[in-house]
Design a protein around this ligand. Sequence first.
Ligand SMILES: *Cc1c(COP(=O)(O)O)cnc(C)c1O
Length: 408
Amino acid sequence: MPGRTDPLVVASAEGVRLTLDDGRELVDGMSSWWAAVHGYRHPALDGALRTAADEYSHVMFGGLTHDPAVQLATRLVEITPEPLRHVFLADSGSVSVEVAVKMCLQYQRARGRAGRTRMMTWRGGYHGDTFAAMSVCDPDGGMHSLWKGFLPEQVFADVPPADAPPAEYDAAYDEHLAGLAAEHADELAGIIVEPVVQGAGGMRFQNPRHLATLREIADRHDLVLVFDEIATGFGRTGELFAADHAGVAPDVLCVGKALTGGYLTLAAALCTSAVADAVSDERGGGGLMHGPTFMGNPLASRVALASIDELLRRDWRGEVAAIGDALTTGLGPARTVPGVRDVRVLGAIGVVQLDHQVDVPAAQAAAESHGVWLRPFRDLVYTMPPFVTPPDDVDRIARAVVAAAATG
Ligand SMILES: *Cc1c(COP(=O)(O)O)cnc(C)c1O
């Protein structure tokens, strides 16, 4: 498109390093957008992909099934909160959000409440780039004004309060959520949020107790509670799923991004038996109304299984905690950089928020001079390194974030 700056050309990628076509090596501070938790070219994942390619290429997933998808679905049910027992394999995170929204609508239809067609969420979220997903993204960050007249208009609560000391738990916010849901209960099908961490909508952390409040509200009004863990799933926040911080189980859970360790595009929407029964009920539509061509891709499913096995085999909790500690120490100096408003770390996520927009080319140049790849946006310089990043490289990433934040 006109007016874009030229991207860097990556010639190869291995471990936590991207090698550019000019020979430079950059440590990846972004895990290719939350996905490459084991780094690049991991032997176990490479091996799984090779083996799968000897067995399959893509096979349609309507009327046919196969061992990779069955095993993956089984594993996902095993490792996610107990009431989630049914799995829809989607081909991207956004599509899994579309499917989650359809589950909400079909659930209400099966209950004889076809008029309940809106979703409630809080501001500051990000759920993907397809239209139903965009409709629940932050209205400003997601540029809803651009799509006015086309985009469904959802019910938005205020941005959840920041969960950082010395802030006290904000019970008034719970009342705000409850009041909004009560006011719109007759038109709401479900609630969708990113638990604990809002990612691309602003890298904000919220108190997990608000999730318990959402659970109560959903139960009170018979709304389907959807947690979008596409960014937070698979250990990133220090728990396997962010919902685990609150001990709250949703009715529908979306996962993606790190699901395949960043190898291939795959996502999933899991749901409870109550939701699955309603969706399958004649009145609910007689089945889930979605069937993408590449659903349940066997190669992606095999790699996802290998990625989950690799994660659970290693001390991922220790790795994430060590990265978090190193980022807490390493990002500390950013606090005294002029123009820095906040520095926060949760799990293996480090965020420096400025009081102004980042000068992205200058910030990226500063990071590159430290040998690190970052992709700041808006007022945020942030990192979520691969879990396998060695301590020296985590320190290097932290220095690059501080340098990038200091470019003004
Ligand atoms: C990235 C992301 C999505 C969209 O996933 P895609 O695979 O890019 O379509 C949805 N929700 C959250 C929380 C995300 O971080």
